[in-house]
Design a protein around this ligand. Structure first.
Ligand SMILES: Nc1nc2c(c(=O)[nH]1)N=C([C@H](O)[C@@H](O)CO)CN2
Length: 119
């Protein structure tokens, strides 16, 4: 199957388990891969027939910037569920990276894969 992807979508959010993290906003980076049949929009060359990566990016950015979770795991699950529920996506792979959260590491975070059928 084919993929529509969004790479390194940066969004600032309130996230973290420590007191000091509840008082600041931190950058989060999203890599999102969404299963989608490329042949359908390719046949019509019509944006209405495709999975609009701009629309997905805006929905994710709007949601994440308003979110206030403690764990990256929770936020990743919520974002994946939104994508599967609101867009024509059967399977999503999502990497959520929290850069600078651990000294010595460029980023930490989670990678999850979810399918609409298992929601
Ligand atoms: N698996 C996780 N481990 C940790 C998380 C998390 O969300 N998932 N969060 C923290 C802190 O908020 C950390 O990011 C602050 O540096 C620690 N471990």
């Amino acid at each position: 199957m084919d993929t529509v992807f969004i790479e390194t979508l940066e969004v600032e959010a309130l996230i973290g388990i420590y007191d000091w993290e509840r008082r600041i906003r931190q950058p989060l980076l999203f890599d999102i891969e969404m299963q989608f049949d490329n042949r359908v929009p390719a046949a019509s060359d019509d944006i209405a027939d495709t999975l609009d990566y701009k629309a997905v990016s805006k929905r994710v950015s709007d949601y994440v910037s308003q979110s206030e979770f403690g764990l990256v795991e929770t936020l990743a699950e919520r974002v994946a569920a939104i994508i599967l529920a609101e867009f024509a996506v059967a399977h999503v792979r999502l990497k959520l990276a929290k850069p600078g959260a651990v000294r010595g590491a460029r980023a930490v975070g989670v990678i999850i894969e979810r399918a609409a059928a298992t929601l």
